[in-house]
Structures are given as structure tokens and as C-alpha cells.
Write a protein of this length. Structure first.
Ligand SMILES: Cc1cc2nc3c(=O)[nH]c(=O)nc-3n(C[C@H](O)[C@H](O)[C@H](O)COP(=O)(O)OP(=O)(O)OC[C@H]3O[C@@H](n4cnc5c(N)ncnc54)[C@H](O)[C@@H]3O)c2cc1C
Length: 459
């Protein structure tokens, strides 16, 4: 689908943030005829930071629809040989406790895939002309009420004009802060310890080929292959966020972590887990942030929309953040195409843009609100039953003793927890296109009812 020529002034779309959501929005919106899309990214350069990111069938299908076939290629990402969405193993015995199957995945390329985030980012980047990405542009202020219309002001003192702004600037979104200054993020107390490294470092280690969550009553561990021959290990712990131990008081995202600490957390676990951690060459800390759901994702009188982590601060639950961001971005295209068909000629007026954003929000917000509600109740792989926050690092010895003494009881709780885990197929197999069609049909039905209520003389 290439952009067609359209007469008249183009629709100027500015995107704040060139992460997963921002790049997918650019790929999507550039398909509209008569648009100019510019991305403004705070980073001075894209660096290979981050670790593993998973995409479910929802995000993968959307990327395929958008023509981003390179991201789906085996080798860029890795899928389970057993084709399961998730596998859960017992922390001590290694037995598979449960698997989450895909429900309606008929084509292998739609099965859950795992990437290094930098590789997914790079796969998206090849679909966006580099001269439309403006690096070192940190959104600082947004003006929607001046004579000049919508203006983005950057921290370096420059600015840009647009007709529509997409806030795709991540969990700490400046766009969200500008329009919803009272919205607060909080540290959940969970700190992930993540590493990615060349899988060849594991030569000689016997481990299951498929990625798995190893689950204990008090914490979990994740390992898995990623694209480009990479491998990831993810451990973690929780602290009381209101009173964390000194070491973690000022912990920041991507800070170096202690390998010794990581290995100590998993002493007594299955030998495979310990062997994987022995070979893990470094670890970095990722304190988990979350926030309350927003009432709306549309601001500035209908010319600004939030997408991705900027819109939903769900704390990475269910490993759904990447796919949710991709579906948000694609939904903008569906909505704009609907209110502004390719044959329309002149660029959409503010009322049409407002209408498109209303349809976008009506499609995405209720779905993501459900995800966030579920996340609040249960975050599998992070908060297992009986999980306690760690008051101090010195508590490890007594913790081990308690753990051994409670093993049988804990196993029962663990199994109960596993059995009661939510079925998340409705999240990772959600169809944004079907949801959008329902919203459009509901709108059409509502307007038919309104018309039927009008006296004939007013028709
Ligand atoms: C460098 C990086 C590494 C990550 N690594 C992982 C990972 O390993 N595993 C995982 O599950 N998730 C990771 N995430 C988060 C994950 O990408 C998102 O949760 C998810 O993909 C949703 O994407 P998003 O585009 O909404 O947010 P993000 O991917 O976070 O992208 C937001 C983008 O906006 C930019 N930005 C922020 N503020 C401004 C501003 N004021 N002005 C302009 N630009 C701004 C950021 O630099 C970033 O490029 C990472 C995010 C980043 C930025």
C-alpha cells in the first residue's frame, strides 16, 4: 500500500517518540494519501539498550498487515518449538506445570515471538525514511491554543507545527504529563534483573530449548532464546517501594546490577537455572513502574492522541506492551482511513480528526482498561502467591530455611496459583480490526436511531 498523491496542503502529523509505538505509527500513517509524518525522538542516537521483548499473535498479525514482514522472520525473532505461548516450570524439579496454548493461531509466523528489543526496533526502522526522524528532539511543551495551531516545543528551543500530534513517548511520556499533570507513576517494588547475551556462551549447558517461566511461590525466573543468536535470562525480586533497602533506594532503569546477588536469589533452584545464571555475563536492573488507567487518550480539543506506554502505564504485565503499542498505532490508521477516505481530496478538517481519534479511543481504551484491571489482580511471572517483599539483602539465609520448611505447603499453593492463572488469549489474540469494525457498526447503529427519532420534516 503506497501513499497516493492528493491535491492540496498535506495533513501534518507529528509523532513524539520513535520507539515501538512511534515507529509503527509512522509506518501506518504514511500509508494515508496526502500526509507528512515527522517523528521527534529525544535520544541523540538509537542505542542497543533493553533486553527481550515478546510479541503475541495480535502484534505480529498487525505488523504483517502493515507489510513489516522482516520483523516476523524466524531468526530476527524466535518462536517456541512446542508452539506454546508460555511454558511454566517448577522451580525445583523443572517439571512443566502448565502451558498456555494459542487458541486461534493457524499460521506459524503468528505464534508468539521473542526479540531483543533493539532488533524489533531496527526491523521497524527500515520502513521509515530516516529524514523524517528528528533525533535529539525532546518534547517539552505543547501549544494547542495559539494562533499557529498545534505547536510542539522541544527542549533545545526549536519547535514544529502539526495538525495532529501522536504522543508515543513511552512510560514517562512528556505528552501525557503536559495534558494530565496530576497523573502519577509509582514503582511497584518489583525489580527485574535482565541480561541478553550470545547463546554460544551456553555451549555445554543442558537447558530446554523452549523459553519458560520457572515459578516458585516466592519468585520466578525466565529464560529464552531471542533472534540473532541471542539469549535472555530474567530474574528479579521485590522490595517495599515505600521503604526499599539502601542499595535500591535510587535504582534507575538500566542500572548495572550485581551478578552475585542474582545468583544468590536462585540458590537451591533447579540445576539448569543455576547453570544458566552461572553463564550469564552481566545483569541490569529494571524497576517496574505502573500508573492508574487514564479516562481518555485524546487531548488538545481532539488533535492529540496518546498511544503505547504513554497511554497505558500497565507496567509490562503479560508481556503485552509491545503488541498493545503496535495495535494502538495501527488503529490510528483504521480510524483516519474511515473518516477520511483516500478519495476525499482536501486534508481532513479538525472535526474529522476529532472524530477519527474518538473512534480510535473507543476501540482501544476499553480493551486496554480490561488488561490493566487484570494486571492489577495478577501479574504472573512477577508476583507469585505468598511473594514477600525483601526488607533487606541480609535476609537470604533465613529465607532459604523458611523456604525448605514450607516446601510441601508451597507446592500446593503454587499449583493452585498456576491453575488459577488467567487465560490471556483474549489479550494476545485480540483483533484490533474486528474491534474497530464493531465500534464503527455501533456508531452507525446509534446514528440510525438518532435519525429515526427526528421528525420527518427535519430529515
Ligand atoms: C531504550 C528502550 C529499551 C527498552 N527495552 C525493553 C525491554 O528490554 N523489554 C521490554 O519489555 N520493554 C522494553 N522497553 C519498553 C517497551 O519498548 C515498551 O514497553 C513497549 O514496546 C511500548 O512501546 P512505546 O513505543 O510505547 O514505548 P518505548 O518503546 O519506551 O518508546 C518511547 C520512545 O519515546 C522516546 N521519548 C521519551 N520521552 C520523550 C520526549 N519527551 N520527547 C521525544 N521522545 C521521547 C523514548 O526515547 C523512546 O524512544 C524499552 C524501551 C526503551 C525506550
Amino acid at each position: 500500500m503506497d501513499a497516493l498523491e492528493s491535491p492540496g496542503a498535506p495533513l501534518r502529523i507529528a509523532i513524539s517518540g520513535a520507539g515501538i509505538a512511534g515507529l509503527t505509527a509512522a509506518i501506518s500513517l504514511r500509508k494515508l494519501p496526502g500526509v507528512v509524518v515527522d517523528l521527534y525522538e529525544q535520544a541523540a542516537a538509537f542505542r542497543e539498550i533493553g533486553a527481550s521483548i515478546g510479541l503475541g499473535p495480535n502484534g505480529l498479525r498487525t505488523l504483517e498487515t502493515l507489510g513489516v514482514h522482516n520483523a516476523l522472520r524466524e531468526g530476527v525473532c524466535i518462536r517456541q518449538k512446542g508452539r506454546h505461548h508460555q511454558v511454566y516450570r517448577h522451580w525445583r524439579t523443572g517439571h512443566v506445570l502448565a502451558c498456555d496454548a494459542h487458541r486461534a493461531v493457524t499460521e506459524s509466523q503468528h505464534a508468539t515471538a521473542r526479540f531483543h528489543r533493539a532488533h524489533l526496533h531496527a526491523a521497524l526502522l527500515v520502513h521509515v525514511p530516516l529524514d523524517t526522524i528528528h533525533l535529539g528532539k525532546k518534547t517539552a511543551r505543547i501549544d494547542v491554543s495559539g494562533e499557529d495551531g498545534l505547536v510542539l516545543h522541544f527542549a533545545d528551543g526549536t519547535s514544529a507545527h502539526a495538525d495532529l500530534l501522536i504522543g508515543a513517548d513511552g512510560i514517562h511520556s512528556a505528552t501525557r504529563k503536559w495534558f494530565v499533570p496530576h497523573h502519577k507513576l509509582h514503582w511497584t517494588g518489583w525489580v527485574a534483573m535482565r541480561s541478553t547475551f550470545d547463546a554460544s556462551l551456553l555451549d555445554g549447558v543442558d537447558f530446554p530449548d523452549d523459553a519458560a517461566h520457572w515459578v516458585a511461590p516466592h519468585r520466578s525466573f525466565f529464560h529464552g532464546r531471542l533472534g540473532h543468536g541471542q539469549f535472555t535470562t530474567v530474574g528479579g525480586f521485590t522490595v517495599d517501594p515505600a521503604d526499599p533497602p539502601e542499595t535500591y533506594r535510587n535504582v534507575r532503569w538500566d542500572d548495572p546490577g550485581s551478578l552475585q546477588r542474582l545468583r544468590d536469589l536462585y540458590r537451591g533452584w533447579h540445576p539448569t537455572v543455576q547453570a544458566l545464571l552461572e553463564k550469564t555475563p552481566y545483569t541490569r536492573l529494571y524497576p517496574n513502574m505502573a500508573g492508574e488507567p487514564l479516562d481518555t487518550w485524546v487531548y488538545g480539543g481532539g488533535c492529540v492522541a496518546l498511544i503505547g506506554d504513554a497511554a497505558h502505564t500497565h507496567g509490562g504485565a503479560f508481556a503485552a506492551g509491545g503488541s498493545l503499542a503496535i495495535d494502538d498505532a495501527f488503529c490510528l490508521l483504521l480510524a483516519l482511513q474511515h473518516v477520511w477516505p483516500a478519495t476525499a481530496g482536501a486534508k481532513p478538517c479538525p472535526t474529522q480528526i476529532q472524530h477519527a481519534l474518538r473512534l480510535f479511543e473507543a476501540t482501544r481504551l476499553p480493551h486496554v482498561a480490561k488488561v490493566m484491571t487484570l494486571a492489577r489482580h495478577q501479574i504472573i511471572g512477577k508476583l507469585a502467591p505468598g511473594q514477600k517483599s525483601e526488607g533487606s539483602e541480609g535476609s537470604k539465609g533465613s529465607e532459604d530455611a523458611r523456604r525448605d520448611g514450607r516446601a510441601a505447603d508451597d507446592d500446593e499453593k503454587l499449583m493452585a496459583f498456576i491453575r488459577s492463572r488467567p487465560d490471556t488469549a483474549w489479550i494476545n489474540e485480540h483483533s484490533v480490526e474486528a474491534a474497530f469494525r464493531e465500534v464503527v457498526e455501533a456508531e452507525a447503529a446509534a446514528s440510525r436511531v438518532d435519525r429515526d427519532r427526528l421528525p420527518h420534516s427535519q430529515l
